[in-house]
Design a protein around this ligand. Structure first.
Ligand SMILES: [Zn+2]
Length: 485
């Protein structure tokens, strides 16, 4: 990467996010993923003559929510246009998209790379409909396939395009931008934002310029980046290709390049000369979008606290370390669960440990979100209070927890049914202790000759004999007394 030090990289991103609505943007068809091909279609989304589109209000609401979150100005008037092109996945031969007058403009997203915070400008957010999907037979792409079939289920699925300013200066920043955006879109519940499934997609414009030069270099557009890693890899590859080209006295050609995930190379798709003229004109069948100020304010109130604010609060008010905060904020439901629990149990670190440890492990294993379980903050808190009181040990609590999560039963019921109460009865414990002393004479001898640390081993034997139910603190005290220290 020696060649890179001469140049500064300039990257801008165009992101397509599928909005979480039940129905499509201009008709009542379902947006459900994975349905049989061409079952979620109707005359509107397949462009039959004489039909009229009707804008889905929820689509506008979700886009406004995003605009507010990304610090954009929601425009008082935005207009849909027809983007004309001919391709089999587009039954109308035009895509309805906002063009000259987008829904929102001029915001920013704050990213963090290696501890440095930076604001990346957002140029605009606009709405559009998705196209259909071509399914190629016998090959991955149209080239070399025997036949291509088209599935119109995706036609008319609502998309929100977010365009960033060319403020990104490295592939790493581009990846951070995508990750931060994903987190935010999921947090405000406007998009499930899964790059691998295509509900969040991104194209990038990338150019190089000599350090210190204000004028941008010639850019290329990179497509087909299907994961966060893919974004970084594709841009690193393209950055290197451009640097080598410039170093050898060559010129970058403005073109669209396709990232091949297998070879990790970018390949030319089409040059500027072949670029489409989309003959945009205003869509005559739709009225302009004119959201009232009252509605925008109403939407603003539903957003709640954003991850960035929560992060500061968790750090400063609750004293949690960054690793804990990252896990807790990884899902809005988990963050809400933590905050609800905290109202009932004022030990943030203890709560965070359980949520990050055993509970997250359980969720990962069962591929579930905490909101999908019959498990409420009150249950977790009840369990923690029983540990504090000494009714159950921390170790037994782990068993109790899994049983509670599996069965949805109450903590008390599980403890009673399984006989998991901690043994805090001195008489009962003493019986076990005497047994342990009898069967471990060597360790007892060591202890008595001054090697006090061996008591840990003996306590362990007591725990084992009691099947983890012995109160460890009491066991320790009684053992020490029995051994005559
Ligand atoms: Zn339809």
């Amino acid at each position: 990467m020696l060649a890179m030090s001469k140049y500064e990289t300039v990257i801008g991103l165009e992101i397509h996010a599928q909005l979480l609505t039940e129905s499509k943007i201009f008709c009542g068809c379902s947006t459900k993923f994975g349905a049989k091909p061409n079952t979620n279609i109707c005359p509107v989304c397949t462009g039959q003559p004489g039909v009229l589109p009707v804008l889905n209000k929820k689509v506008v609401l979700l886009a406004i929510k995003t605009a507010i979150t990304l610090n954009c100005k929601v425009e008082p008037r935005s207009v849909f246009a027809r983007k004309n092109y001919f391709y089999p996945d587009l039954p109308k031969d035009y895509q309805i998209s906002q063009y000259e007058l987008p829904l929102a403009t001029g915001g920013y997203l704050e990213i963090e790379v290696e501890g440095n915070k930076k604001r990346i400008g957002i140029t605009r957010i606009h709405l559009e409909e998705d196209a259909g999907k071509l399914v190629h037979q016998g090959a991955e792409r149209i080239m070399g396939s025997e036949a291509s079939l088209v599935d119109y289920n995706r036609t008319g699925v609502p998309l929100m395009e977010i365009v960033s300013e060319p403020d990104i200066r490295s592939p790493q920043e581009a990846k951070a931008f995508m990750e931060t955006l994903q987190h935010l879109l999921q947090f405000i519940k406007v998009c499930d934002a899964k790059m691998e499934e295509g509900s969040l997609r991104c194209d990038a414009n990338i150019s190089l310029r000599p350090k210190g030069q204000a004028k941008f270099g010639t850019k290329t557009e990179v497509k087909n980046m299907n994961s966060f890693r893919g974004v970084q890899q594709a841009l690193e590859t393209e950055q290197k290709r451009q640097a080598e080209l410039l170093d050898s006295g060559g010129k970058v050609i403005q073109e669209t390049r396709y990232f091949d995930d297998q070879t990790k190379q970018t390949k030319s798709m089409r040059s500027k000369e072949e670029a489409h003229d989309y003959r945009y004109f205003p869509e005559p069948d739709l009225v302009p979008v004119e959201p009232s100020q009252e509605w925008i304010e109403e939407i603003r109130k539903t957003i709640g606290e954003l991850p960035e604010h929560k992060k500061n609060k968790y750090e400063q008010d609750y004293g949690l370390p960054p690793a804990d905060i990252e896990v807790l904020l990884s899902s809005p439901a988990l963050a809400a669960f933590f905050e609800e629990s905290l109202k009932l149990y004022d030990k943030p670190k203890v709560l965070a440990n359980w949520l990050m440890g055993d509970i997250s492990a359980y969720l990962n294993e069962h591929k579930k979100g905490i909101e999908e379980l019959n498990f409420q903050p009150a249950k977790l808190v009840e369990m923690l209070q029983l540990i504090d009181k000494g009714t159950i040990s921390g170790k037994i609590a782990k068993t109790v927890l899994v049983e509670v999560l599996d069965s949805g039963k109450s903590v008390q019921d599980v403890i009673k049914e399984k006989g998991l109460t901690q043994v805090s009865d001195a008489g009962e414990l003493l019986k076990i202790i005497k047994e342990v002393i009898k069967s471990n004479p060597a360790q007892v001898e060591q202890y008595r000759s001054g090697k006090k640390a061996v008591i840990g081993f003996l306590v362990g034997q007591v725990m084992k004999a009691s099947k983890g139910r012995a109160n460890p603190k009491l066991a320790n005290e009684l053992l020490a007394k029995e051994l005559g220290s």
